[in-house]
Write a protein that binds this ligand. Structure first.
Ligand code: IMP
Ligand code: MG
Length: 179
């Protein structure tokens, strides 16, 4: 385990099994369709790549980079589009793939934006859901794990761009960000 981890919250095995389970459920729902799978950079990349490899329906891949957080662990309260989609979402069935829903600010805003651009449908799949922290009225259509209110890292998630490549989800030691 990484020295900055308090403990491991979700192991590689738990992640692998649950991501597969959720992906197969979503695959059934989109039978006969060709969804546009939108990954929210950068936190979702590992979840995204594991998720899409379980899909048998044809998919098109696209990405957006947005920020609601600055460099630290406190939300700045403003959605900033740093990289927009390459594809037009008009008439498309969109699946947004997110790493974690915290306050809900990012996804509440994104869902409205993509609907306004004329998407036929917009569904959200998230790896983690911090229910206790919710401030905006948004729920994922698919959620792999409900987690308690802890700052987590690994499997794509970062703190100040560190720890994304850890293969598990760990709880970051408070001493790292409460300096
Ligand atoms: P929201 O807009 O408040 O829902 O924030 C969602 C974004 O905040 C996520 O996409 C993450 O980038 C970031 N975030 C929230 N909680 C954590 C955490 O525990 N670890 C790492 N990033 C987090
Ligand atoms: Mg993120």
């Amino acid at each position: 385990m990484h020295k900055d981890c308090e403990r491991i919250m979700l192991t590689e095995e738990q992640l692998r099994a649950r991501v597969k389970e959720v992906a197969l459920e979503i695959d059934k729902l989109y039978e006969g369709k060709r969804p546009l799978v939108v990954g929210i950079l950068k936190g979702s990349i590992i979840f995204y790549s594991d998720f899409i490899r379980h899909l048998t329906v044809p998919v098109e891949l696209d990405f957006m980079a947005v920020s609601s957080y600055g460099s630290g662990a406190v939300s700045s309260g403003k959605l900033n589009i740093k990289k927009d989609l390459d594809r037009d979402v008009k008439g498309r069935d969109v699946i947004i793939v997110e790493d974690i829903i915290d306050s809900g600010f990012t996804l509440a805003n994104l869902k409205v934006l993509l609907s306004e651009r004329g998407a036929a449908s917009v569904r959200i799949v998230t790896l983690l859901n911090k229910l206790e922290r919710r401030e905006y009225d948004i729920e994922p259509d698919f959620n792999c794990f409900d987690i308690e209110n802890e700052f987590v890292i690994g499997y794509g998630l970062d703190y100040n761009e560190h720890y994304r490549s850890l293969p598990y989800i760990g709880i970051l030691k408070r001493s790292v960000y409460e300096k």
